[in-house]
Design a protein around this ligand. Sequence first.
Ligand SMILES: [Fe+2]
Ligand SMILES: [Fe+2]
Length: 285
Amino acid sequence: MQTQRVRIGSDEHKQLFCRSFIDTHDAYDPASLPWPDLDDASLNRLRAVPFWGTALQIERNAGFLVNAFAQQLADPLIRQAIALQGFEENRHALMIGTLVERYGLEAPIDTTLPAPTKRAFIDFGYNECLDSFFGFGIFRLARQAGVLPLDLIALFARVLHEEARHIVFFVNWIAYDRAKRGYGAPVLQSPATAIGYVRSLRRLIGLARGGRDNAESKKFGEAFNEVSFANLTLREFVASCLIENDAVMAPLDPRLLRPRVIPAIARFALRFMPAPKTEPTAESA
Ligand SMILES: [Fe+2]
Ligand SMILES: [Fe+2]
């Protein structure tokens, strides 16, 4: 089926990426979700995860940044859509906060909030594109390996779909914004996009380095030893990211731009990774 093209930077494009984002908003209250009772093994695994504080802080800062940036915008429709994203980011913080409180997890956070500038919003958008791609793969592997009860994992599927909507909204917004400022041609967009991803990658490497702690790694390894990912190859991980990425993007309007850089790099990298004995497939979800 031929997908009808929309000119990037046109009013039709703006209506499409804002309206489709607003219309696909899902109303739910984290506190009212059916949080399951967990057995000791599942509780130990949750408590051994060392990044609840980081995850909570990222979502909390995101809620503040996105909401505050939205209030600076003159265009009422874009402002409404970005404010809605801010609401959803705050709700992600509430999801993690509810999880932390209900299951007695540790989640220390730094209460410093980011300056809500356009640069910060753009950096955050690229960070989300990168983090979500890897998050999709981790979520898929966790679901397949049964590391936690499926009814708990199912509660977080809605967060995954919201992040997919956020990154699709972001790549459309930034393409629209650049086109409006006269930088719409691909040759003009590519360097800015590359810089955005390099800045995001630098932040991710910094986070990974900062997160290394032997005691935490040992605790994590012990709690997850029955469902060890020791046999997981890099190829399987990257393939899982790609399959889940395609799955969460599939329901979104085909006329919208999608994040392409990270999936394209991943597909290219897969060619150079040795094939595992059993390749994950979309049907094995
Ligand atoms: Fe979020
Ligand atoms: Fe998000």
